[in-house]
Design a protein around this ligand. Sequence first.
Ligand SMILES: Cc1cc2nc3c(=O)[nH]c(=O)nc-3n(C[C@H](O)[C@H](O)[C@H](O)COP(=O)(O)O)c2cc1C
Length: 365
Amino acid sequence: MNSRLLEPVRLGALELPNRVVMAPLTRCRADNPEFAPTESTARYYAQRASAGLIVSEATIVSAQGRGYPYTPGIWSDAQVTGWRRVTDAVHAAGGRIVCQLWHCGRLSLTEFHDGELPVAPSAVNAEWKMFSAQGLKTTPTPHALSRDEIAAIVADFGRAARNAVLAGFDGVEIHSSNGYLIHQFFSPLANRRDDEYGGSHANRARFFFEVLDAVAAEWSPSRIGFRLNPMMNRFHGMRVDEDTLPMFEHVVRRTNAYELAYLHLTEPYLPNQLDGAVGAIDDVARHFRDIATMAVMTNGGFDQTRAEAALAAGTCDAVAFGRPYISNPDLVERFRAGAPLNEWDADTFYQGGDRGYIDYPTLGG
Ligand SMILES: Cc1cc2nc3c(=O)[nH]c(=O)nc-3n(C[C@H](O)[C@H](O)[C@H](O)COP(=O)(O)O)c2cc1C
């Protein structure tokens, strides 16, 4: 079969043998006091090394950025050592992996911060239920960041980017989506600031560009990607309204000047996600393709047929697969063979040790 999905592509300096990307997937398997990736993590990613590119699970840039149990970090030496084991295993298996840099902001609980409040642009509660050791708990009203505290977080992203070099990654992806800290700054609901970080599009984008500049001090822009989920609605405390598209258009237009590796988008894929929201669009990649000068990757509910159609229509250069990659380590080989896919087990997405993590079968067992 003539497949664009299986053709090579270049995203900035990243040379991919195919256009099948493993989407970032939090798996909560760093169950050690250091929050460092383990041997199983190295095995999990190496099993998936035939992907054109692996985007690592979201990786927290500082202890303050935590919002979930057992998510790995990249601020300490032990974490860098753990990630080095992962990148070595992926490279030995012929793959490429970038590190997704993450700060949860207000999507967090006091128990992850020794009883202190999580932080956010403003003291506005996301009213969202988060996983904790005692089951689901509603987020508290966060602490509004001071200017000095914002500068410290920008520096944390810079340190994380530097550590990602030391850990042997091929690049980094800034997690500026899904309702986490950077997205909170973009959103007029979460960001009610009246200083230079709030109000206008340029002001609400300021934190993102400070983070991008800090990351670009450590990496060539041609190895930096960033993720946007503009149509995230009624999820993680985010809403779509008339201001949403113009805000994200502003962000993408300004990033064009950096010559970054890629823009990673998410399409609306959850049932009733847009819910008739004013200002919503349902083909995100098509919209931003005309605005972005960098490569575009899209994601969200794709199967092989829809991915081929998006590539044939020219709306993107690569497609990221999330849940299909959890249950199909050899997704590329299955696409090539036209083979059926393993079903995923949602009960082991965020727990279960090695079960539902490194035990999904490949073709032929
Ligand atoms: C278990 C799980 C963990 C996820 N973790 C992350 C993450 O760490 N970072 C991120 O940007 N998106 C994360 N997502 C979103 C996925 O990257 C992807 O956008 C979503 O699963 C939709 O794509 P799919 O239909 O191919 O699964 C996660 C999704 C799932 C199901």
